[in-house]
Design a protein around this ligand. Structure first.
Ligand code: HEM
Length: 532
């Protein structure tokens, strides 16, 4: 560099101009060659280092992966082709049957999937593996922007999860405030209107119930008066339908027209969310349990979409179970009537006094979980399990929830049957609130039965194989609220209506246990008949 400065200084000396200009150009040429060579060497070393590092990681992945039992790869490209023909849960079911409770599948040469079916190991893994798949975070990010609740890295969500959980716990103590009774009243009023037309579509009705309940819980009563709620619901569902598809591109597909249409929908959704938040801020009586003014849009839209899909799925699942098990529906109704009799507050239904209703919700979530798999990965380091198995960094770890929640070894011989009583235990004590009354004489026989032996609800989480809300570091923050909300809704619903399948609907109406919400009960039409 010093010689370069000398040359620059010499350039000011006009006497040696010709000789000097030749020298200068030679020097500059040499200098340029030297610079280019240095640049090429540095690039070569960096690329070699990068590739060697990747190769080393790949060998490490192959080495660690080979120690986990599992079916041999059908080709160099892994099980990808098998999976496109067969359902992943079926493939995992066969593999677990043959290779034990921890199995691996190669999805591609550098993509390892490890599935765990043993409840104790699952529990350990769900506490240790704190990150989610980058695709999940990407889908939320692309659709709704930055989120401190649904990002893939645990570091990004930890604080917001903690504060949300403590806010909810305080609210859960004051339950009357948590479940917006006006939302339930609104749902019931809409149901009255719809029933005047005849029947309702199970899926549409469930999704709308979930949306109204959740919206009113997050935004307070303002949400119920919001004129754009219907358009917002449609927009939310349209965005959610395509979110994973567009996020699955490794390079953002700027060249696809459909992608730009999708982005436009996302922008519109964001604008509507901003309007809703402004509407809430203007309202002095705002009483939602989140301070939405301080929440990023990504969090709110993420919660709405996840909550609507999962709650909608559980509500439609509950409706179908009640329709296909009228005897349980009848018993729950008696339970509601008894709880009403024993309650001092007329407007408030205490769902804790309805163990069969709560057990039916848990059982519905057991036989048909919101999704077939729980997924995790460790983005920073290998995952070392107590059993000695090491899951290499970056591998996808899944829990086949459907298989675990239907496993005889955890649930007994009737694991594949819908039986809410598995969450109840009998007590022979007769509660003072069970005194009979003329107004409930129609249920006399059942009430007599319930007088003889009442039921107590077991904590479903005592069974480590109960995982509809996940478990561990990334479990659902809203589990208790969801159960409370859905129970309150069904208590009001069944108190006023009997739910039946519309005579014109499909006849093979027993929902299969292998359905997931993605295949919800399409085409099922329900009739809500007023109770006498
Ligand atoms: C029937 C209703 C619901 C079901 C079945 C459900 C299920 C789940 C599941 C399975 C997970 C992942 C757990 C894991 O990987 O261990 C989860 C996470 C979560 N859920 Fe829910 N959920 C429901 C409703 C809701 C609602 C209404 C909200 C909020 C309004 C909510 C907020 C969350 C949050 C914040 C997470 C954590 C995300 C993370 O850490 O990445 N859930 N839920």
């Amino acid at each position: 560099m010093n010689s370069f400065i000398c040359f620059v200084l010499q350039a000011w000396n006009p006497t040696s101009s010709c000789e000097f200009s030749r020298e200068t150009s030679r020097f500059l040429r040499d200098y340029a060659v030297w610079e280019i060579n240095a640049f090429l060497w540095i690039s070569l070393i960096s690329i070699t280092y990068f590739l060697t590092h990747r190769l080393f990681k790949l060998f490490e992945l192959w080495n660690q992966g080979s120690k986990i039992p599992g079916p041999p790869s059908p080709s160099f490209y892994g099980h990808f082709t098998t999976l496109s023909k067969q359902n992943l849960t079926e493939v995992l079911s066969d593999s677990h049957g043959e290779y034990g409770s921890i199995v691996k599948l190669w999805l591609s040469p550098n993509q390892l999937l490890v599935s765990i079916k043993e409840p104790k190991v699952i529990k350990e893994m769900l506490w240790k593996a704190k990150d989610k798949l980058p695709l999940t975070g990407k889908a939320f990010n692309l659709a709704f922007g930055q989120s401190a609740l649904f990002a893939s890295s645990f570091d990004k969500v930890e604080k917001r999860r903690e504060s949300l959980a403590s806010e909810l716990n305080v609210k859960l103590l004051d339950r009357a405030n948590l479940i917006p009774t006006r939302a339930v009243d609104r749902i019931m009023a809409e149901l009255h209107q719809n029933m005047a037309k005849g029947h309702v579509d199970c899926k549409m009705a469930s999704q709308h119930m979930a949306f109204t309940l959740l919206g009113a819980t997050i935004f307070g009563d303002t949400f119920l008066a919001w004129s754009k709620a219907t358009i917002y619901e449609e927009l939310l569902m349209m965005v959610s339908k395509d979110a994973c598809f567009w996020a699955s591109y490794s390079v953002t597909p700027f060249w696809e027209r459909g992608f730009w249409r999708y982005r436009q929908l996302c922008t519109e959704l964001k604008c509507q969310t901003r309007d809703l938040i402004q509407e809430c801020s203007r309202n002095y009586k705002f009483n939602g349990h989140l301070n939405v003014r301080d929440e990023p849009y990504g969090n709110i839209m993420g919660m709405l979409i996840h909550g609507c899909l999962t709650m909608g799925g559980l509500i439609s699942n509950m409706l179908m179970r009640l329709v296909t098990h009228p005897e349980i529906q009848q018993k729950i109704r008696s339970e509601i009537i008894m709880a009403r009799k024993g309650s001092e507050e007329k407007d408030l239904l205490i769902v804790e006094k309805m163990p069969l209703l709560l057990a039916t919700i848990y059982e519905s979530a057991r036989v048909m979980p919101a999704g077939p798999l729980l997924q995790r990965c460790s983005l920073q380091h290998d995952l070392r399990l107590k059993s000695g198995v090491i899951v290499p960094v970056g591998a996808i770890v899944v829990v086949p929830v459907q298989l675990v929640q239907m496993d005889d070894s955890s649930w007994g011989n009737d694991a594949d049957k819908f039986n809410p009583y598995r969450f109840l235990c009998k007590t022979d004590e007769t509660s003072p609130s069970l005194n009979m009354d003329k107004s409930i004489a129609g249920h006399a026989e059942e009430l007599k039965d319930q007088r003889k032996s009442s039921f107590v609800l077991n904590d479903p989480n005592e069974n480590t194989a109960f995982l509809p809300f996940g478990s561990g570091t990334r479990s659902c923050v809203y589990q208790k609220f969801v159960i409370q909300g859905i129970a309150t809704l069904f208590a009001s619903l069944l108190e006023q209506y009997e739910v039946r399948l519309n005579p014109g609907s499909k006849t093979n109406s027993k929902p299969s246990s292998t359905d997931s919400i993605s295949q919800d009960f399409l085409g099922y039409k329900l009739v809500f008949a007023r109770n006498n």
